[in-house]
Design a protein around this ligand. Structure first.
Ligand code: J2J
Length: 539
């Protein structure tokens, strides 16, 4: 059963509509309009395949009919785990069109995450590619089916083996069931980075997400001429919406799907497709900066490189223009909503030293102390936010919502920031129990719980340690139950066998006799972070 998540109080919804933020558009309707007005213009390029808006719209209608005949209904949830391939767009727009909700999982997720998403969202189907990046997703689906035999459908884009094929679902587009979908309906469930145990699910409406797209397009100056190169996995909120692939389609531009983010893959693609904008996380930006002087690819079409997802150092930021010949745009966003951008005409010191400012004049941003009292400009504090595209509550999480939101509806981002006098945000740190591994978020508690399942482990605590490349890596400290202390690589295999995504496996695991404690007897993660940092410095 679909449980309605908390939403904006009527007075806010009314205001966002009256102010023109929410335009009453749906994703299904938006694609149909673009197909009508842009017809043969290319929407998506994938290797040598070019898909026009018209063609995309038709395959979406034919799949909408297929999903509907399969029993996927308005409000049904479908876990979508697809890489950067055209099927991603066909599937999600087909689901949008019939009012079913994609649950966006990442290609790196494994059985632990996927079974949780399917169970928690009570999903009716799970959509995968056959093989991607050398990994066979059908074998993953088999593991998932073993744990969840009642999962109704596994659908494969490609060679199906024993499963149902996406191509078998395609029906005559005229059979599109024409389901009525409201712009205020939840369009999909996005994943939170997670800080308390497992990822929470983020309900985003057509109205609020489409607003974040067209507002991002204004700020990032996206037009029909724009060519957005998707180098990050498109299911992640940042390349999906800031302005990302969906913003590009909204603008009537062209999306170029890259199968990876290395310079060998991306640079020739920028040259070939004359890409104008792309988005990366800081570690990828560093690799591109290193590679650029040694390569002869023509990157002259690239106007903007967006960097976000984790803090980009000022030293690296300074090198973007000289090395790549394009503008840098810093992006500080979150799947829960709020997105900040440096503006394309901002002076250099702002672009290099800040993470930009909220994209909408209706974003409310507060920086507060531990008692929720506002702090002055230039003083670091907790970032709280509320606005026309920031959620009011997670999906099926009544208890957690009490902590994650203030009584008047502000989302507690868990980020420590300071606001400059000009109103730009500088990210100074974090007070959530999360490790940001070069843009990939790892909830410490989730990994600790897996470690605690090991028979030799009495207690576990995971913290970040500084890393020049990723910004942070993870270090888990473990206390033994008895004398048996398996080697770290044995514990890592144990976690892998439990089906945990590779980026969540601790980079380092250390046995320790006891945890340092805070004054009130809790595990002091601060002291553990210091310990991890000293050990790192000694390596
Ligand atoms: C420091 N920390 C940052 C930055 C995100 C656009 C861009 C990014 C995301 C994203 C997104 C940061 N500097 N520039 O959804 O639409 C950290 C913060 C934040 C968390 C959100 C988008 N940019 N972060 O990264 O939901 O801690 O979204 O709260 O994955 O990433 O993570 P996520």
């Amino acid at each position: 059963m679909f449980v309605q998540p908390p939403t904006w109080p009527e007075e806010f919804a009314k205001r966002y509509r009256e102010n023109g933020c929410w335009r009453g558009e749906t994703f299904g309707g938006m694609l149909r309009e673009r197909a009508a007005s842009l017809g043969n213009k290319t929407a998506i390029t994938y290797a040598d395949t070019h898909i026009s808006y018209q063609e995309l719209d038709e395959s979406v209608s034919s799949l909408a009919a297929g999903f509907h005949q399969l029993g996927i209904q308005k409000g049904s949830r479908v876990v979508v785990q697809l890489p950067n391939i055209p099927a991603f767009f066909e599937v999600i727009f087909a689901l949008f069109r019939i009012g079913a909700l994609p649950v966006f999982s990442l290609p790196s997720h494994r059985s632990s995450e996927i079974t949780y998403f399917i169970e928690f969202a009570e999903a009716d189907a799970y959509v995968i590619p056959d093989i991607d990046g050398g990994f066979d997703y059908r074998s993953l689906a088999r593991q998932v089916k073993e744990k969840l035999p009642s999962l109704p459908h596994v659908i494969v884009a490609g060679e199906t083996e024993e499963f149902l094929g996406l191509d078998d679902l395609r029906k005559d587009p005229a059979l599109d069931p024409q389901i009525h979908v409201e712009a205020s309906d939840i369009a999909f469930l996005q994943l939170s980075g997670g800080s308390t145990g497992l990822s929470k699910l983020i309900p985003r409406t057509h109205d609020d997400y489409i607003y974040s797209l067209w507002k991002s397009n204004e700020v990032c100056e996206l037009t029909q001429e724009s060519v957005y190169l998707a180098a990050l996995p498109v299911a992640h909120n940042y390349p999906l919406s800031s302005p990302g692939v969906l913003g590009t389609l909204y603008a009537g531009g062209r999306v170029v799907l890259a199968p990876g983010s290395s310079p060998d893959v991306v640079f020739p693609l920028i040259e070939k497709e004359r890409a104008t904008i792309t988005a990366v996380v800081p570690p990828i930006a560093l690799i591109w900066l290193e590679a650029a002087p040694h390569r002869s690819d023509d990157l002259s079409s690239l106007e903007v490189l967006q960097v976000g997802g984790a803090k980009f150092s000022a030293e690296a930021a300074k090198r973007v223009k000289p090395a790549l010949g394009c503008k840098l745009q810093q992006v500080f966003g979150m799947a829960e909503g709020l997105v900040n951008y440096t503006r394309l005409d901002d002076p250099e010191h702002i672009v290099i030293h800040t993470q930009g400012r909220p994209m909408s004049e209706y974003d409310e941003v507060l920086v507060v102390d531990d008692e929720d009292k506002p702090v002055p400009h230039e003083v670091a504090g907790h970032l709280l936010t509320r606005g026309p595209y920031t959620i009011r509550g997670y999906y099926k999480a009544d208890e957690q919502n009490k902590k994650a939101f203030t009584p008047d509806g502000f989302y507690r981002t868990g980020d420590i920031v300071r606001l400059t006098k000009e109103g730009n945000v500088v990210v100074e740190g974090r007070d959530k129990d999360q490790i940001n591994r070069g843009g990939e978020k790892v909830a410490a508690e989730e990994v600790e719980n897996h470690l605690l399942a090991h028979p030799d482990i009495h207690d576990a605590a995971m913290v970040s340690m500084p890393d020049p490349f990723l910004g942070e890596r993870s270090c888990a400290f473990v206390i033994a139950k008895g004398n048996n202390k398996p080697a770290p690589h044995v514990l890592k295999s144990f976690l892998r066998e439990r089906g945990l995504a590779a980026y969540k496996i601790p980079d380092r695991i250390e046995w320790i006799d006891a945890f340092p404690q805070t004054g009130v007897g809790k595990v002091s993660k601060k002291a553990l972070r210091e310990l991890a940092a000293t050990h790192t410095a000694n390596v």
